[in-house]
Design a protein around this ligand. Structure first.
Ligand code: AMP
Ligand code: ZN
Length: 114
């Protein structure tokens, strides 16, 4: 996708601090962290948001959660806990229209919003 900032990151056109990469998934540190640890996990395939997921993407989403667990283990916050947030669409506060999973960790997070 042209003009998609996360696709540019995947292509190596914008530098990031990489945390994890395989054929389908990339994880990197958020540039504007909302917690001591703030990592974004994205599919390499451009998908706008949750609302644009197809049936065949469901396996990929499962893999993303597997990667999230792997990162939590490797970075040492799996036992202490963490939060995964996916903003979707305008009302969901999504700014970058390439599906991404925020992992927040490293401090007691604020009040639950649901
Ligand atoms: P959202 O509001 O859910 O769309 O989140 C987009 C996230 O992408 C924000 O937390 C931004 O700080 C983050 N972000 C934007 N540009 C970059 C970048 N070049 N490298 C790392 N994170 C970024
Ligand atoms: Zn994209």
């Amino acid at each position: 996708m042209e003009n998609c900032i996360f696709c540019k990151i995947i292509k190596g056109e914008i530098p990031t601090k990489k945390v994890y990469e395989d054929e389908e998934i990339l994880a990197f540190y958020d540039i504007n962290p909302a917690a001591p640890i703030h990592i974004l996990v994205i599919p390499k395939k451009h998908i706008d948001c949750i609302a644009h997921l197809n049936k065949e993407d469901e396996v990929l989403v499962g893999k993303i959660y597997g990667v999230i667990n792997k990162i939590a283990e490797e970075k040492g916050f799996k036992e202490q806990g963490f939060r995964v947030i996916v903003n979707s669409g305008k009302d969901g506060g999504q700014e970058v229209m390439h599906l991404h999973f925020h992992i927040l960790a490293g401090r007691k997070l604020g009040e639950k919003i649901v």
